[in-house]
Design a binder for this molecule. Structure first.
Ligand code: MV4
Length: 449
């Protein structure tokens, strides 16, 4: 490919680093891996054209070590950096440094990152653009007139940290007498976790679904949405299973929500791939929750459904490519589902498990995709995320996809450490799951520990 980057540095590890290297190879782009001292024998190091150690095992000293990462980019002559997810992917400071060093940050503008990073600010932007948000307040300054507003909204309400997201620092309040205490505690938590005590309040939507839309935007104002992902199966704000399309979304609602997701992207002049998250209540009313300004773990679900390679698109869009497809070109080609298999003991409160994988055998066959970095002999480190592999199944409908997932889980063999494989097998056999009765309370309700 002549009209693209020549060499990309991947500022990440694990399966996503492997995923990005694969896309680069198909695009004819050279790859530079970085690794910590604990990751010398990692798959992404082996697959990349070049690899450089950027520091000791601890993330803060290696995968978050901006000076060392920029030095590697300079030395290797990389013309772009792909941050993957997590680590530096939503770090405004890092994106700015890349820009000032004339290295393309493969992601949105720093303005987009900061607008969506502050959830209270994002809420304000949405209200200004007539995007539906949950009834609530702006930033809480003093509590004196808040109780009046909340009486009108009605309890329960939820207090959220402006810089939170992902569930950190949230607090549900069921009646007015608990309000003052809860606000004070939430502020303290927010200051401790995010260095900023700003909080805001929303009406608490009970037993919602988490529905998100992958969007693709170029730098010419063209924005497309892909069919929704249902990510309601979560435990303590960690997604465990994602699927697309959602079993409860009609074609009409899909179009309505998809168009709102596009409007969100246009409101902040977003360009690159991203995700708009909504809460969907029992009456099919939906509300903007957050926007993720990065590629996400669950992106392959949408790749299978749409046939679009999101990482390749992301790279080419960063180079300035114009979108060649229209909304009407995007079809639902199958039903797809992803199980995140983690190195955790699901029989022991999901306690992280580390050690050597003595033996691993992946499933295969029709309707299976695996994104992973592990191999027999791989040492699971305690320093990083516990995800070992993403097992995806796809077929013509949800029922068949569940059957493929079940037989794939049975084929999957991981010896030497504890994994969440058995947990996923239990979910696949759960009646409510099979019926598609899934809300964000599913795990709590069906698998209370
Ligand atoms: C909510 C909510 C109910 N009502 N906001 C959790 C993560 C963060 N992104 C926002 N979250 C929630 N916000 C209102 N107004 C319920 C949740 C929530 C949740 C959302 C999606 C998936 C799983 C969840 C688990 C618990 C709470």
């Amino acid at each position: 490919m002549e009209h693209s980057f020549k060499k990309i540095l991947i500022a990440n590890r694990g399966e996503i680093a492997v995923r990005i290297i694969r896309a680069c190879q198909e695009l004819g782009i050279k790859t530079v891996a970085i690794f910590s001292e604990a990751d010398k024998t990692s798959r992404h190091v082996e697959l990349a054209d070049e690899a450089y150690c950027v520091g000791p095992a601890s993330s803060i000293d290696s995968y978050l070590n901006i000076p060392n990462i920029i030095s590697v980019a300079e030395i290797s002559g990389a013309d772009a950096i792909h941050p993957g997810y997590g680590f530096l992917s939503e770090n405004v400071n890092f994106a700015e440094i890349c820009e000032s060093c004339h290295i393309k940050f493969i992601g949105p503008s720093t303005l987009s990152i900061s607008s969506m990073g502050d959830k209270a600010k994002a809420r304000e932007i949405m209200i200004k653009n007539k995007i539906p948000v949950v009834p609530g307040t702006g930033m809480i300054k003093d509590t004196s007139n808040i109780s009046k507003i909340l009486k009108k909204i009605g309890y329960p309400v939820i207090i959220k940290a402006a810089l939170g997201g992902g569930g950190k620092g949230m607090r549900v309040v069921y009646n007015e007498k608990d309000l003052d205490n809860a606000i004070n505690q939430a502020k303290m938590e927010a200051r401790a976790s995010f260095g900023n005590e700003a909080v805001y309040i929303e009406k608490y939507i009970e037993e919602p679904r988490h529905i998100e839309f992958q969007i693709i935007a170029d730098s010419y104002g063209n924005v497309l949405y892909l069919p929704e992902r249902d990510c309601s199966i979560q435990r303590r704000h960690q997604k465990l299973i994602e699927e697309s399309p959602s079993s409860i979304i009609s074609e009409k609602l899909r179009k309505k929500m998809g168009q709102v997701a596009v409007k969100v992207a246009k409101a902040i002049k977003y360009s690159t791939v991203g995700t708009v998250e909504f809460l969907l209540d029992k009456d099919e009313k939906f509300y903007f929750m957050e926007m993720n300004t990065r590629i996400q773990v669950e992106h392959p679900v949408s790749e299978l459904v749409s046939g679009i390679d999101l990482i390749k698109e992301q790279i080419l869009l960063a180079f300035g490519k114009k979108l060649e497809i229209k909304q009407s070109d995007i079809k639902i080609n199958c039903h797809a589902m992803e199980c995140r298999i983690n190195a955790e003991d699901s029989d022991n409160n999901f306690l992280p498990s580390s050690g050597t994988i003595e033996n691993v055998i992946f499933p295969g066959g029709m309707g299976v995709r695996i994104d992973s970095h592990i191999y027999s002999g791989y040492k699971v480190q305690p320093f990083y995320d516990s995800m070992l592999l993403k097992l995806l199944a796809f077929s013509k409908n949800r029922q068949e996809t569940i059957k493929i997932m079940k037989r794939s889980l049975k084929e999957l063999k991981i010896e030497g450490i504890k994994t969440t494989k058995e947990f996923h097998q239990r979910v696949m056999n759960n009646d409510n799951f099979k019926k598609g009765n899934i809300t964000t309370n599913f795990i709590e309700k069906e698998f209370s520990e």
